[in-house]
Design a protein around this ligand. Structure first.
Ligand code: FMN
Length: 395
């Protein structure tokens, strides 16, 4: 891939903003049960309904053994929301592509076309072994490629006969097609060359965890070039946490507070677990901080503290609303059009982000604002003395 010419970034002018359904836990602080929150279905419902009414484009549901099952939760939440899209993770190899296509088509129909698929190949050999998968990194991406070849043809309506190295299907058929044609949009997370090769050939949106803008720009250029070499175009999204407060000082204080109960032993334990993984994306997250807590601002307003103890998305944008919006626009300038955000606790922070930052962002239609018009017309803020409307903030 390195001999492919890099394609210059195409800036985007409008963004989709997603929130996150924390099916593996939530709380006020990381690394402690102090102040932790029980993740009941009722709580997940509150987050989904908040995200729906606040105008988030969609929500991401993660997959893995530390999570409630993403398909079951998305199916249960979809009828309780109206506009919200569900970005549901699929791990090829865990399931037959036929069964997965059937589930996707059904959920797409049940949700009235609100399903998005996140293809995640999986990066932890220990977890994979627990699920009965004993394949190398290279083999898992071979499976992903074969899986997607079958999945996309089947859901597009073809009868599939397929004999690959790992997957064999005879007379595969889907009798109830998906509502979105030819199939729900395919998102993808994976940073290795093998992953990028598969993404370039098959998916619609390439996702990265929250690396600094310069690194994201490089990745975007590489993926764009790989897709162009196959006559395709891919769009881009980023997964970040966000800590936004009224002032920069308050936001940095909140970042410190979030990890105030995390001790060095917990960090060492977490880093040891990450070290056994073969995910290139995970290694890139760790390289940002190297397990050290003294150098956590890895680029302006990008803080790697979450990744000391959390796998996967490990960085947060930290700052006041204007600063956070500005940093998001920097990512847009290098080609990112979708932001998948989260904050602890996820319910309160869904509100805080939407209320403070949505008005500062060029949101795409279908998000909280439609072409600059708030779809939620208020009233905003409480009346003063039961009479006067509250004044807008002076800018
Ligand atoms: N891996 C999972 O096992 N479950 C997930 O829910 C999941 N979500 C992801 C979300 C995003 C935004 C990204 C960028 C990655 C996610 N991953 C998830 C990890 C990757 O899909 C992949 O499993 C891992 O990084 C190995 O691929 P790599 O070596 O190509 O980076």
């Amino acid at each position: 891939m390195s001999d492919t010419p890099l394609h210059p970034a195409e800036p985007v002018t409008e963004a989709n903003v997603f929130w996150f359904i924390p099916t593996h836990g939530d709380g006020r602080y990381l690394g402690t049960t102090h102040g932790a929150r029980a993740v009941s279905f009722d709580y997940l419902k509150q987050i989904a309904q908040a995200a729906d009414s606040l105008g988030y484009y969609g929500v991401l549901l993660p997959t893995g053994r530390s999570c409630e099952d993403s398909w079951v939760i998305a199916s249960a939440l979809a009828p309780l929301t109206e506009r919200l899209r569900y970005l549901v993770a699929v791990r090829p190899g865990l399931q037959s592509p036929t069964v997965s296509a059937r589930m996707a088509a059904t959920l797409d129909r049940v949700s009235n076309g609100r399903l998005l698929i996140n293809v995640v190949t999986g990066g932890d050999p220990v977890e994979n072994a627990g699920d009965g998968i004993f394949l190398s990194h290279t083999e898992r991406y071979e499976v992903t490629w074969e899986f997607l070849s079958v999945w996309t043809r089947l859901i597009a309506g073809e009868t599939v006969h397929y004999e690959g190295k790992h997957i064999r299907i005879e007379d595969g058929r889907l009798f109830f097609p998906s509502l979105q044609r030819p199939y729900p949009p395919l998102y993808f997370g994976g940073s290795s060359t093998a992953g990028i090769d598969v993404a370039a050939e098959t998916v619609d949106k390439y996702l990265t965890w929250g690396e600094p803008p310069a690194q994201v720009a490089e990745k975007v250029a590489v993926v764009r070039a790989a897709a162009a070499a196959k006559g395709r175009k891919v769009t881009f999204g980023i997964r970040l946490h966000v800590i936004v407060r009224e002032t920069n000082e308050a936001a940095w204080r909140a970042a410190d507070e979030l990890i105030q109960h995390v001790d060095d032993a917990t960090i060492a334990q977490a880093q040891k677990t990450f070290a056994r993984m073969d995910s290139v994306g995970q290694a890139r997250m760790q390289a940002l901080h190297g397990g050290r807590r003294d150098k956590l601002e890895v680029s302006p307003n990008l803080w790697a503290g979450v990744g000391l103890v959390r796998g996967g998305a490990g960085t947060a944008l930290v700052g006041d609303p204007e600063t956070v919006a500005q940093r998001m626009k920097e990512y847009m300038a290098v080609g990112i059009d979708s932001f998948i955000l989260s904050g602890y606790p996820h319910l309160e922070e869904a509100y805080r982000f939407a209320e403070l930052v949505f008005p500062l962002l060029p949101l795409a239609p279908g998000n909280g604002r439609d072409k600059g018009e708030a779809t939620n017309h208020g009233p905003f803020g409480e009346r003063i003395a039961n009479t006067l409307p509250p004044a807008p903030k002076e800018t």
